[in-house]
Write a protein that binds this ligand. Structure first.
Ligand code: 5GP
Ligand code: ZN
Length: 138
C-alpha cells in the first residue's frame, strides 16, 4: 500500500487522526460524509492507499471505490429518499479538485433539487450530516 502522506487530509481521516462520519469501510476503501454537502447525504469514497487522483490510483482500488460508491448510492435511494445520484470525481485543479487524495463524490439527487455544478461548498449542519450518515451506515 502507498505510504500515507503526512500532509494529506484524507490520509488523516483514513488513519483516524481526524474525525469523520464514516458510513462504510472495507479493506481498500472508506466512505464518509462530506462536511460541505452539495445535497443531504453527500458522501465521499476514498481508497485507503494515498493516490493523488484518477491517474495515480491503482486499478484495483478504483474498482473497490466504484463498488462502494454503488452501495452507498443504493442506500441513498432506499434510505434517504433520493430520486437519483451523481457520481463525480475531480482530477486536477482545472477539474475543481481541491483535496489531492482521490475521492469519488456520491451525491444523492432529489426531485427538483436546486443543485447545479459546480456547487459552492458551504458548511453543512453537523447534526444533520451525522443523522444522514447514520441512515447510510450498516
Ligand atoms: P474536491 O473539491 O477535491 O472534488 O472535493 C473535496 C471535498 O472534500 C469537498 O466536497 C469538501 O467539502 C470535502 N472536505 C474538505 N475537507 C473535509 C473534511 O475535513 N472532512 C470531510 N468529511 N470532508 C471534507
Ligand atoms: Zn492521502
Amino acid at each position: 500500500m502507498a505510504a500515507a502522506d503526512p500532509d494529506c487530509l484524507f490520509c488523516k481521516i483514513v488513519a483516524g487522526e481526524i474525525p469523520a462520519t464514516i458510513v462504510v469501510q472495507d479493506e481498500r476503501t472508506i466512505a464518509f460524509m462530506d462536511i460541505n454537502p452539495a445535497t443531504r447525504g453527500h458522501a465521499l469514497v476514498v481508497p485507503r492507499a494515498h493516490a493523488r487522483d484518477l491517474h495515480e490510483i491503482e486499478t484495483e482500488d478504483l474498482a473497490a471505490v466504484a463498488a462502494v460508491a454503488k452501495l452507498v448510492a443504493a442506500r441513498q435511494l432506499e434510505r434517504l429518499g433520493a430520486a437519483g445520484v451523481n457520481l463525480l470525481n475531480s482530477s486536477g485543479r482545472a477539474a475543481w479538485q481541491t483535496v489531492f487524495h482521490f475521492h469519488m463524490h456520491v451525491i444523492p439527487r432529489y426531485a427538483d433539487d436546486p443543485l447545479r455544478l459546480p456547487w459552492a461548498p458551504a458548511p453543512g449542519d453537523m447534526d444533520d450530516i451525522s443523522a444522514a450518515g447514520a441512515e447510510l451506515a450498516q
